[in-house]
Design a protein around this ligand. Structure first.
Ligand code: NAD
Length: 258
């Protein structure tokens, strides 16, 4: 655990926390002292590995299972969270909720099926909405809600049109809830990655695509999951107590349209 331990005594939940950006966020929040619930949908092995990595770093974490994008997903998630906290003898409160889980539909308008559309909205927009709604009673005053958005809500990415719509809706949820939850001292912010090296981008294995995606940032490189996690850790900390309703770029300037 870091000597600064900005998040000591805090409890966090990171959806999709077992791999990619979510794994980096889980590790970083735990490194700063938070007890982290690492949510996963399908890959128990990845969740257990992330928990072990956190423990090896001197942190505390546990895995929580819930498939998102199915009816009742938020209730399933919270009851798994409550059960796991009770097993640890913890009080059940939450300080930091990171809505990170997401999928993409890498298809232009003409090729998006109704099933694609429903699924990407169910996982990227509906699930965070109800996870927040059903989790509010657990979230302590002064807490944090951090929604992982995308730079694709600021610049046009026609090949992922349905995905960008889900994240734009999430941005508006962020803005609206920041006002609604302000009286409780809860901040609500969006952190927006650009092209980041994770499994959501399998085409990064193709050198030409890798080069083009790298050039989308002002720094001519791809984002790494830790680039995003460092921003999330700041927003989660008391250092960001006066920041709410913000869309925070974590894309290396891809929103500049370079
Ligand atoms: P990833 O595919 O590695 O991770 C996605 C996570 O969401 C995984 O942990 C996965 O298990 C979880 N998830 C997906 N569907 C689920 C379901 N039905 N039920 C439960 N969990 C589910 O990709 P990533 O890049 O780490 O993505 C994390 C977030 O960052 C996503 O919201 C994504 O939209 C956003 N984002 C990523 C990039 C990028 O280039 N990697 C860019 C902008 C935004």
């Amino acid at each position: 655990m870091s000597s600064t331990a900005r998040l000591a005594g805090k409890t966090a939940l990171v959806t999709g926390g077992s791999r990619g950006i979510g794994r980096a966020i889980s590790r970083r929040l735990a490194h700063e002292g938070a007890l982290v619930a690492v949510h996963y949908g399908h890959d128990l092995g990845a969740a257990e590995r992330t928990v072990k990595e956190i423990e090896a770093d001197g942190g505390r974490a546990f895995a929580v299972h819930a498939e998102l994008g199915v009816p009742g997903d938020a209730d399933t998630l919270w009851s798994a969270f409550d059960g796991a906290l009770a097993d640890r003898g913890a009080d059940g409160g939450l300080d930091i909720l990171v809505n990170n889980a997401g999928i993409t539909v890498p298809r232009p308008l003409a090729d998006v099926t109704e099933a694609d559309y429903d699924r990407v909205f169910a996982i990227n927009t509906k699930a965070p909405f109800f996870i927040i709604q059903r989790g509010l009673a657990r979230l302590r005053d002064g807490g944090r809600i951090i929604n992982v958005s995308s730079v694709a809500t600021r610049v046009a990415f026609p090949a992922i049109v349905s995905y960008t719509m889900t994240k734009a809706a999430l941005d508006y949820l962020t803005l609206t809830l920041a006002q609604e939850l302000g009286p409780r001292g809860i901040t609500v912010n969006a952190v927006a990655p650009g092209y980041t090296e994770t499994e959501i981008n399998p085409t990064l294995a193709i050198p030409e695509i890798r080069r083009r995606y790298s050039e989308a940032s002002a720094f001519n490189r791809l984002g790494q999951p830790t680039d995003i996690a460092d921003v999330v850790a700041f927003v989660a900390s008391d250092d960001a107590r006066w920041v709410t309703g913000q869309w925070i770029d974590a894309s290396g300037g891809a929103h500049l349209g370079v």
